[in-house]
Design a protein around this ligand. Structure first.
Ligand SMILES: *Cc1c(COP(=O)(O)O)cnc(C)c1O
Length: 349
């Protein structure tokens, strides 16, 4: 597959901004090239535009070469850049599989790029046949979120692999929740699939949502386009420093994940026993989607108890759906207490 033929002409022809830190790489005694303030505040110098130290550490953990990594201001930046690299406004479109993450559609709409939604099947799997028959030469990006938000399940590997083989545009796999899944990351398949982009984030398992750091893994060619289009210093130094610390403390991340998985199983068991909960969906993520009879009433009841969950009941295929993030043991116990009191209020003895 020729990736360059999928890229917008103006992006292929773009002469990117070349920053001072980009033109001179290395170390020197005197920096008079970037119009910075020479007095040391700890932050007076521009940060590394390619975040090499962070990529090196991440590369060792994720087993993906630094050349195949892009870092951005949250996954949101990667989504936005992908749309701007590949989709010609009003001509090209993206494919999404609702119910799914809302940012794909928002980013596309901002860029004046159409979205063709193809509903998941009732068991929340991609409808491979419909995706492939809907796709045409203007279908530049296919967004697959696995494990999926808000349903929590992962997509069957054979289905994802078939789409990777047969879809003629870029397949973007959003793996924001991969650390909570039994499934392996698809980031080991980059060499085999030049049209694959895998996104991950520091916002979930790493516990670093506030620093805004998103990851995209892709072929060197696609990474080249990311770097061409991104703002020169898109990841600030505070974020880079915090990310390095977090990566150095990988054991902590693994311990949190183990704890959350245990709590998820526990919560799943307890919730499934409440009579007013019709279903708790299996989860490969750090949240549970459940189906209840009166989602708005339960949502409001929990708010009054000081507990906020996500009401997804108006989302297609999620009728009655509330999405609950797995919290700490104490938080989950509070949730369960509130559920019990909701039950007793609903059916007083
Ligand atoms: C939370 C989440 C993200 C993370 O986005 P950031 O911008 O990196 O915080 C990405 N994709 C999905 C599906 C998510 O649920």
């Amino acid at each position: 597959m020729q990736i360059s033929t999928l890229v917008r002409k103006n992006i292929q022809q773009l002469a990117p901004y070349s920053s001072a830190r980009h033109e001179f790489v290395g170390s020197a005694e005197v920096y008079l090239d970037a119009n910075e303030n020479p007095y040391d505040t700890g932050f007076n110098r521009y940060p590394d535009p390619l975040q090499k130290a962070v990529k090196k550490k991440l590369s060792a953990i994720k087993k993906v070469a630094p050349e195949n990594i892009f870092l951005g201001n949250g996954s949101d930046e990667a989504i936005d850049l992908l749309i701007r690299i590949f989709c010609e406004p009003r001509i090209d479109h993206i494919l999404t599989l609702p119910p799914t993450y809302g940012m794909y559609k928002v980013s596309a709409s901002i860029a004046d790029v159409k979205v063709k939604p193809i509903l998941l099947t009732p068991d929340y799997q991609p409808n491979v046949e419909e995706i492939l028959t809907t796709a045409n030469e203007h279908s530049k990006l296919l967004f697959l979120c696995t494990p999926n938000n808000p349903t929590g399940n992962r997509f069957e590997r054979v289905k994802v692999l078939e789409l990777l083989e047969k879809f003629k545009g870029i397949v973007v796999l959003d793996e924001a929740y991969i650390d909570f899944s039994a499934e392996e990351s698809y980031n080991q398949l980059l060499a085999k699939h030049p049209n694959l982009v895998v996104m991950q984030t520091f916002s979930k398992a790493w516990g670093m949502a506030a620093i805004r750091l998103g990851i995209a893994y892709a072929s060197e060619e696609i990474i080249h386009y990311f770097n061409k289009v991104k703002p020169p210093y898109n990841v600030n130094i505070l974020t880079q420093q915090a990310a390095l610390k977090s990566l150095e403390n990988h054991e902590q991340q693994q311990a949190w994940v183990a704890e959350i998985l245990e709590e998820r199983a526990q919560l799943m068991n307890v919730l499934a026993d409440f009579s007013f909960i019709q279903k708790v969906y299996p989860s490969d993520a750090n949240f549970l989607l459940m189906k209840v009879e009166n989602p708005n009433e339960l949502y409001q009841y929990l708010v009054e108890k000081g507990i906020i969950v996500r009401n997804r009941s108006t989302v297609p295929l999620c009728e009655g759906g509330l999405r609950i993030t797995v919290g700490t043991k104490t938080e989950n116990e509070k949730l369960i207490e509130a559920m019990k009191s909701y039950l007793s209020q609903q059916f007083p003895m």
